[in-house]
Ligand binder design. Structure first.
Ligand SMILES: Nc1ncnc2c1ncn2[C@@H]1O[C@H](COP(=O)(O)OP(=O)(O)O)[C@@H](O)[C@H]1O
Ligand SMILES: [Mg+2]
Length: 386
């Protein structure tokens, strides 16, 4: 039974609030007057910033900012914003009494009296240095993972390429020998043309491989999807077994997207390698791309997206395996065949790019992976075309 006085809202005396604020140690909670001078100070503020109440009350809150932020007028700007808009939020370095710095998340809210007059500002600051460090570490690990994945992909690609280079050299050598022994100028001309063509193809291939391998740091730029697909296809063709057909369904134009081109190529290769691995003997891989307007049906996304689709006629994914495929290190492949990192990379990339990845799979029939990436601003596209 709930007693009646629990349902009423008892009036809490002001000193109880004071006690509550005072006992919070994870947040610095204090008040400023409208000029930015400290009026009250809680235990959390003392713990986080290192000053006792009697050392800071009456002093301007710019005391907690770095000299550079002060020189740039950051404290005043925050104060002005809070006074004008009722609230201001900030994230940045703050300085403790001992001179050490911490990464703070801070909110400044205007407090008004019953008549609507501003009486001061409530300042709540949290030390989120640990959180920021973990985010930075995560970024570093992502970059390392990308490198590792790239090496793996290069390994997979070069096997096929070596074979292809050998074919080109065979064409070059045999054409050269034939040309040396030929008398007919037209025939010699034809042989030389074969040599030039094979040499040209070799150069294109090395260019594509080098531009993929060289790509090191994350570099978001405007990417034309069709060009990127063509380059990826150029690389992949050589590492597909001959009994797997690679079909393409592409429109004549696609709007550009803003991503890291190297990562996108890596992601497409991951999807294509998975499709290849899922086909036991002969089969098809279909690669398609189109523009779609989403209204929330894919992970709540709205707007214009380029959808890259990789569909295979492979083994499909069992329903009990499906929920796990995006987990890092999850693989159903034999030791040495899979690392289980491909799809987690794809997932991370899709999220980071404000897009999504979706999967449809029927056991025994095949799998379709769709990667959605937001199109860039069409206005800017038109400028690019000019
Ligand atoms: N196209 C596909 N068809 C069938 N299974 C797939 C497909 N793509 C991914 N999978 C499943 O998801 C798992 C994880 O894929 P991934 O993260 O790329 O790691 P890996 O390819 O190294 O195993 C694969 O081991 C496989 O079981
Ligand atoms: Mg894979």
């Amino acid at each position: 039974m709930v007693s009646a006085d629990c349902l009423d809202h008892p009036v809490i005396p002001a000193h109880r609030y004071e006690q509550l604020v005072q006992s919070v140690v994870d947040y610095a909670i204090y008040m400023l007057d409208p000029d930015g001078r400290v009026v009250s100070w809680n235990a959390g503020a003392e713990r986080i910033k290192g000053y006792r109440a009697d050392e800071v009350i009456g002093r301007h809150f710019s005391l907690f900012f770095t000299p550079q932020d002060c020189a740039e007028g950051r404290p005043e700007r925050l104060l002005r914003q809070a006074l004008e808009q009722g609230v201001a939020q900030d994230e940045g370095w703050r300085v403790r009494k001992d001179g050490s710095q911490f990464w703070a998340m801070a909110a400044l809210d205007v407090i008004r009296d019953d008549l609507g007059q501003i009486v001061g500002l409530a300042k709540v600051t949290r030390d989120i240095t640990d959180r920021r460090d973990s985010a930075l570490q995560l970024d570093a690990v992502r970059a390392q993972l990308f490198q590792a994945q790239k090496l793996e992909a290069l390994g997979q690609l070069t096997g096929g390429l070596a074979h292809d280079f050998n074919n080109m050299l065979t064409i070059i050598l045999s054409s050269a020998r034939l040309a040396m022994n030929a008398q007919d100028p037209a025939r010699i001309q034809r042989m030389l043309q074969h040599i030039v063509d094979a040499g040209q193809r070799g150069t294109e291939l090395t260019q594509q491989l080098l531009s993929f391998a060289r790509h090191r740091k994350l570099d978001v730029s405007r990417v034309a999807p069709l060009e990127l697909i063509a380059a990826t296809r150029g690389l992949l063709e050589h590492s597909l077994p001959s009994d797997i057909d690679l079909e393409h369904h592409l429109p004549s134009t696609l709007p550009s997207i803003e991503v890291d081109a190297g990562q996108l190529q890596m992601v497409l290769l991951n999807l294509l390698f998975n499709a290849r691995d899922a086909i036991p003997g002969s089969g098809q891989i279909r690669m398609a791309a189109e523009v779609v307007e989403l209204v929330g049906e894919v992970e709540g996304l709205h707007g214009s997206f380029v959808c890259f689709e990789v569909q295979d006629s492979g083994s499909g994914i069992a329903p009990d395996v499906l929920p796990r495929i995006f987990e890092p290190f999850f693989t159903t492949k034999a030791f040495g065949k899979g690392t289980g990192l491909g799809l987690s990379q794809v997932y991370g990339f899709a999220k980071q790019s404000n897009g999504a990845i979706s999967v449809d799979s029927v056991l025994g029939k095949g799998t379709c992976m769709r990667l959605y990436l937001p199109t860039s601003d069409p206005q800017a596209d038109r400028q690019l075309d000019r």
